[in-house]
Design a protein around this ligand. Structure first.
Ligand code: PLP
Length: 464
C-alpha cells in the first residue's frame, strides 16, 4: 500500500480528542490527581523535578512500584515502561545486581571523598569498553558535559562550543541554541537568561558537512559537542560519511570532538563509538551507567590528558590547593555510585542483555511498521540498537529543520495520553521507546495492540 496523507481533520478535532483523553486520564487516576494537587503546594512546578510536569495526561502518575520493565501507579494501574526514566532506567527497575551492590555499599558508607577498590574495576572497564584511557566520574551527564567543555576551553584557549540544531545535552548553557526558520536563536522553550549565546555557541544542522566546515573555519571553536546520532528531537540517523567528515574537520581546525553517548549507549555495550570505531577526544556518558543511581562519566584521550596536565598538573604534595580542575561535584565518584556502576556494567549492560534488548526493539519496530502499512499512514519508525522512535513523517529526518517542519505536537500529545490510558509509558518529550533486559516480547506486542487501537480511534473520529 502506498502511504496517503493523513486526512486533515476539522481544525479543533485533535484538540477535542486530547480533551477527551485527558478527561479519561483524570477519571482513571484520582489518587495521582490528588497527589499532584498537593505537590503543587510545595514544589515550584508541582513535582520534585520540573520535567515531571510534561506528561501528556495533564499531570504525572505517582509511582507505587517499578520492577523490571513495569511500573504500577498509586491508583493500581500497571504500565509497560518504554520510557525507562528517559534512559536512566535502561538497566530495568529494581534490578537485582545493582540493588544488592548499592545496598551493600550504602551500609558501608555512601560518600567519603575517598576511592574504594570497586573504582579500580570501573576505571579499567570504562577504558576497555569505550576505548579512552583516562576517566572522571561526575554526578550527571550534564556535569560530565560541562566538565568536558571546560577542559576543551582550557586546552584550546578558545571559547565557542558548536552543537547541532535540535540537540540536547542537559543543562548546558552553550547547547541551548537552535536554528529555526533559518535563524539562530535560543532552543525552543528555553527562556532568555542574560547569557550572550552568540558569544559562546555556534549551531549548524546535523549531517551538513558544508555548514560544519564553514563554522569551524574561523578556528574559534573549542569543541564540537555531539551525539553520534540525534536522539532528543526525534531520532535523526547519521548520514553516510558524516562522522568521517566531522572527525577530519575537527582535527584540521584544532577543535576537540566530544561525543555524548548518554542516550546512544543503547546502541551496544560500547555505545555507537565502539560499534562504529569513532575516535572522540572526549567521551561522555551518564543516566543508565550506574543503573539509575545518579552518575556521569567522561573519558579523555591520551593527547587530551597530556595537554590538560600542562594546565592542571598532578598534585604537588606541598601545594595541594593549586590542583583544582574547576569542575564541581562533591558527590562525584562516591562509593555508592561506583558500586552501582560496577554492578551495572558487570552484570546488566552485558552483550547478552543487549542482544535481547535489540531483538525486542526490532520486534517493536516491526509491529509499528505493520500498523503503519495496514493503514497507509505517512509515518515511520526508526530503530537503532535498543531504541526506537515513531515520527509523524514518512521518512527519517536528515536534521533538526526537517523535524521542525513535520512535527505534530498535538497528535503526539493525543497519542501519549492514549498510551497512558492504555498502560504504556513512553518518554514524554517525543515518541521514543527504549528496551531494558527485562522487557519481554509480550510487552512489545502489547504496545503494537495499543497503537493499532489508537489508529482505529483516529479513523473512527475522522482524524485519519
Ligand atoms: C544526550 C544527552 N546528554 C546529556 C543529557 C543530560 O543528562 P542528565 O539530565 O542526566 O544530566 C541528556 C538528557 O536527556 C541527553 O539526552
Amino acid at each position: 500500500m502506498t502511504a496517503t496523507a493523513i486526512i486533515e481533520p476539522a481544525p479543533d478535532l485533535i484538540d477535542r480528542l486530547i480533551d477527551r483523553e485527558q478527561q479519561r486520564f483524570a477519571e482513571l487516576h484520582p489518587k495521582s490527581a490528588a497527589a499532584w494537587a498537593e505537590g503543587r503546594q510545595h514544589f515550584l512546578y508541582g513535582g520534585p523535578s520540573h520535567w515531571m510536569r510534561r506528561w501528556a495526561g495533564g499531570f504525572p502518575v505517582y509511582v507505587a512500584k517499578a520492577r523490571g520493565a513495569h511500573v504500577t501507579d498509586i491508583d493500581g494501574h500497571g504500565y509497560v515502561d518504554f520510557a525507562l526514566g528517559d534512559t536512566g532506567g535502561m538497566c530495568g527497575h529494581g534490578v537485582e545486581a545493582v540493588t544488592e551492590a548499592a545496598a551493600r555499599q550504602l551500609a558501608n558508607g555512601a560518600t567519603m571523598m575517598l576511592p574504594t577498590e570497586d573504582s579500580l574495576w570501573v576505571g579499567a572497564e570504562l577504558s576497555r569498553r569505550f576505548g579512552l584511557p583516562y576517566w572522571t566520574l561526575t554526578t550527571s551527564a550534564t556535569d560530565a558535559n560541562r566538565g568536558a567543555i571546560r577542559i576543551a576551553r582550557m586546552i584550546t584557549g578558545r571559547n565557542k562550543v558548536l552543537v547541532f540544531s535540535g540537540c540536547y545535552h542537559g543543562g548546558v548553557e552553550e547547547a541551548h541554541v537552535e536554528i529555526r526558520d533559518g535563524k539562530v536563536g535560543l532552543r525552543n522553550m528555553i527562556h532568555a537568561n542574560g547569557v550572550d549565546h552568540a558569544a559562546v555557541s555556534k549551531v549548524v544542522e546535523f549531517n551538513d558537512v558544508a555548514a560544519l566546515e564553514a563554522a569551524l573555519a574561523d578556528e574559534d571553536v573549542a569543541c564540537v559537542l555531539a551525539e553520534p546520532l540525534m536522539t532528543n528531537f526525534g531520532m535523526v540517523p547519521v548520514a553516510d560519511g558524516f562522522h568521517d567528515a566531522l572527525r577530519a574537520l575537527t582535527r584540521k581546525t584544532g577543535t576537540l570532538l566530544i561525543i555524548d553517548e548518554t542516550h546512544t549507549i543503547s546502541c551496544g555495550p560500547g555505545g555507537y563509538t565502539a560499534l562504529h570505531g569513532l575516535e572522540p577526544d572526549i567521551f561522555v556518558c551518564g543516566k543508565a551507567i550506574a543503573g539509575g543511581i545518579p552518575a556521569g562519566v567522561f573519558g579523555v584521550s591520551e593527547e587530551v590528558s597530556q595537554r590538560l596536565r600542562k594546565h592542571v598538573p598532578d598534585v604537588n604534595p606541598r601545594q595541594r590547593q593549586s590542583a583544582h580542575l574547576g569542575i564541581g561535584g562533591t558527590l562525584a565518584g562516591n562509593a555508592l555510585t561506583v558500586a552501582a556502576m560496577r554492578a551495572a556494567l558487570g552484570a546488566v549492560l552485558t552483550p547478552e542483555n543487549y542482544a535481547r534488548m535489540i531483538g525486542n526493539a526490532e520486534r517493536l519496530a516491526e509491529g509499528v511498521r505493520a500498523v503503519i502499512a495496514e493503514n497507509a499512514l505517512p509515518w515511520h519508525v526508526t530503530q537503532i540498537g535498543a531504541r526506537a522512535e515513531i515520527m509523524f513523517m514518512p521518512r527519517p529526518p536528515k536534521n533538526g529543520a526537517e523535524v521542525i517542519a513535520a512535527r505534530r505536537g498535538d497528535l503526539e500529545t493525543l497519542l501519549h495520553a492514549f498510551y497512558m490510558n492504555e498502560g504504556i509509558l513512553v518518554t514524554p518529550f517525543h515518541t521514543m521507546f527504549l528496551m531494558c533486559p527485562a522487557t519481554e516480547a509480550a510487552d512489545v506486542d502489547r504496545h503494537t495492540g495499543v497503537l493499532r487501537r489508537f489508529v482505529a480511534m483516529l479513523k473512527r473520529e475522522g482524524a485519519a
